[in-house]
Design a protein around this ligand. Structure first.
Ligand code: NOJ
Length: 618
């Protein structure tokens, strides 16, 4: 492996959970510190050799996930779907898409995973259904004014012939949010609303059928033993029935199709359904909102348990920016008593290894463009550092499949394979999300890299790049310096250390381009964003580092976990020299961390850290 190398290997040096660890069934608070692994089923592992991932493939790889050390798996939608939007266009929630397997297999998988100490979370997509869903088909057949149409947002067009869209709302996938229907006689008919693709008609959440059906779907999956649901587009369900135009700067709660106050009552009812089951069944919201206080309202004790922290995900690789995000996140979650979540990637965003190697390393759908140059080696270094940073922060952690392998975004997929509606509807201006959804490399030196079994009849549904031969699980698992080894060790330490997961952090004095904080009484995390190596404190043995601690210095773009108390066992391999070292330019590193002691300071989320120490550059 060419990415960072650890002095003494990426082995944990303390606080390790005993072998055979498994979560307790009676642990009602499991979700507050959980490590949740996201499985994009089509691309995880192919059991039947057709080139498409499936449940048989996942079942076979469950031991891998147990070994990795995750506590739960979240499946992107696995239900019957035409896959116009990768399964986020559901046609039947009570059956598994035949390309993935069967309901019996899903039930087996849930219990097999549970036996390995892994809980299952499923994805519910309440904002819309597939245009092939029986409700939508019935609505099309029944015609204007019918009760069947009342479950959706059908509307006559504007203008004399009704051939103008009902309003100017724009789809999240580009273009108008309305598509015109045809009447049974072939004449142009009403329009219907879709905040995503035309194959995903929006449901009308003021209709009692829509509410009752989703509560029944929750019960259907809770009855099958799932430990939670991830709620897709959770802030979009309710619309202003007058369908007004979106104002230039809508005041909080006044956007006609996002974050409307009526949503909270819906989620209170969902919470009551979840709470009627034994064990804690969790509700996780996919909520992209710039207003963090509005965001936190969804996490009040009788609503959702947690929501994805996209603010952190979208930030550039920059100490001040990430610290600001951490502070605002923790400050917003505290009053509602919900744990934060830390997410570096998912099936919608650019892979961190690629993003962090770019000049602008922030993420935004609006600015995503094909061909943006990147330095993948730099990106990988930062992705390793980011992984340790995230896993040390208070709350739960999400890992998107392949992140633990350090996979890069595939940016040269053949045009005929691209199928993401974000790409198709934007006419190619947006490169789409296929590049982060390429089937995983498991073993071997050429495609399908063990994704499909020997004798497979189909090629992987998206082409895997040849250089992934170095990134297979097989290539990484015995390499102590690999990304996979880093993740395994990181999760093992996290699992065994009661200071990690839920709780608080205390910032430690550091220079502006270093993030350093303490958890509990003895755990310290330090990330160096500066261009030069920094010294580490004396007497704080490292537990794990994302890059080699040359002469005891923490290199640029690296994170180290330290123990801040003397250890009982002293037979570790990492050393702590007190002297400075040389950076890449041959200059002696003089940045120091921490300066003036090792005193923990209470976190102050809203004010700048008064204890920040300035580094001296001699
Ligand atoms: C969010 C999902 O993560 C994304 O993949 C999907 O396209 C949209 N919601 C629409 O369902």
């Amino acid at each position: 492996m060419t990415d960072g190398v650890l002095e003494g290997a990426a082995t944990p040096l303390g606080n390790v959970a005993p072998e055979g660890w498994s979560p307790s069934d009676t642990d009602d608070e499991w979700w507050r510190r959980a490590v949740i692994y996201q499985i994009y089923v089509r691309s995880f592992a192919d059991g039947n050799g057709d080139g498409v991932g499936d449940l048989a493939g996942v079942r076979k790889r469950l031991p891998y996930l147990a070994d990795l050390g995750v506590g739960a798996i979240w499946f992107t939608p696995w239900y019957v779907s035409p896959l116009a939007d990768g399964g986020y266009d559901v046609a039947d929630y009570r059956a598994i898409d035949p390309s993935f397997g069967s309901l019996d297999e899903a039930e087996l998988l849930i219990s097999e995973a549970r036996n390995l100490g892994i809980r299952t979370i499923v994805d519910i997509v309440p904002n819309h259904v597939s245009d092939q869903h029986p409700w939508f088909q019935a609505a099309l057949a029944a015609g204007p004014g019918s009760p069947e149409r009342a479950r959706f947002w059908f509307h006559p067009g504007r203008g004399e012939d009704g051939n103008e869209i009902p309003n100017g709302w724009v789809s999240n996938f580009s273009g108008p949010a309305w598509t015109r229907t045809r009447n049974p006689d072939g004449s142009p008919g009403e329009w219907y609303l879709h905040l995503f693709s035309a194959q995903q008609p929006d449901l009308n959440w003021s209709h009692p059928d829509v509410r009752a059906e989703h509560e029944a779907i929750l019960a259907f999956w809770f009855d099958r033993g799932v430990a939670g649901v991830r709620i897709d587009s959770a802030a979009l369900l309710v619309k202003d029935p007058a369908l007004p135009e979106v104002p230039a700067n809508p005041r909080p709660g006044e956007h006609p199709n996002t974050d409307r106050d009526e949503l909270h009552e819906i989620y209170r009812r969902w919470r009551a359904v979840a709470d009627s089951y034994s064990g804690t069944r969790i509700l996780v919201g996919e909520i992209w909102l710039p207003d963090i206080e509005r965001f936190a309202k969804y996490l009040r004790p009788d609503e959702l348990h947690t929501a994805f922290n996209f603010d952190f995900l979208a930030r550039p690789w920059d100490a001040a920016s990430l610290r600001a995000s951490i502070d605002t996140t923790l400050a917003a979650h505290a009053p509602v008593g919900a744990p934060a979540t830390w997410v570096l990637s998912n099936h919608d965003v650019t892979r961190p290894v690629t993003r962090y190697g770019r000049e602008d390393s922030s993420f935004a759908f609006a600015t995503k463009r094909a061909g943006t140059p990147t330095d993948v080696e730099l990106g990988r270094k930062r992705a390793r550092a980011a992984a340790l940073l995230c896993a040390a922060l208070p709350g739960s952690l999400y890992i998107y499949q392949g992140e633990e392998l350090g996979l890069d975004e595939v940016q040269d997929l053949p045009a005929h394979q691209l199928q993401d509606p974000m790409y198709l509807r934007s006419g190619g201006a947006d490169p789409g999300r296929d590049g982060c959804r390429v089937p995983l490399p498991w073993a071997g030196t050429s495609s399908p890299f063990g994704f499909s079994p020997a004798g497979a009849t189909g090629e992987p549904w998206l082409r895997q790049p040849g250089h992934w031969s170095e990134l297979t699980v097989e290539a990484q698992q015995l390499d102590p310096h690999s990304m996979l080894s880093l993740y395994r060790t990181m999760l093992r330490i996290r699992r065994g250390d009661p200071d990690l997961g839920d709780g608080n952090l205390r910032w430690l004095p550091s220079s502006d381009d270093v993030l350093a904080f303490e958890r509990g009484e003895g755990f310290v995390c330090v990330t160096n964003f500066s261009p030069a190596p920094i010294e580490l404190p004396v007497g704080c043995p490292p537990l794990l580092a994302s890059a080699e601690l040359t002469a005891g210095l923490l290199p640029s773009d690296a994170t180290v976990w330290l123990h801040s108390e003397p250890y009982a066992t002293q037979d570790r391999t990492l050393q702590f020299p007190r002297q400075g070292g040389e950076n890449e330019d041959g200059m002696t590193a003089r940045r120091q961390f921490p300066v003036g002691g090792w005193q923990a300071q209470p976190t102050s989320p809203t004010e700048p850290d008064s204890q920040t120490s300035k580094v001296s550059e001699e």
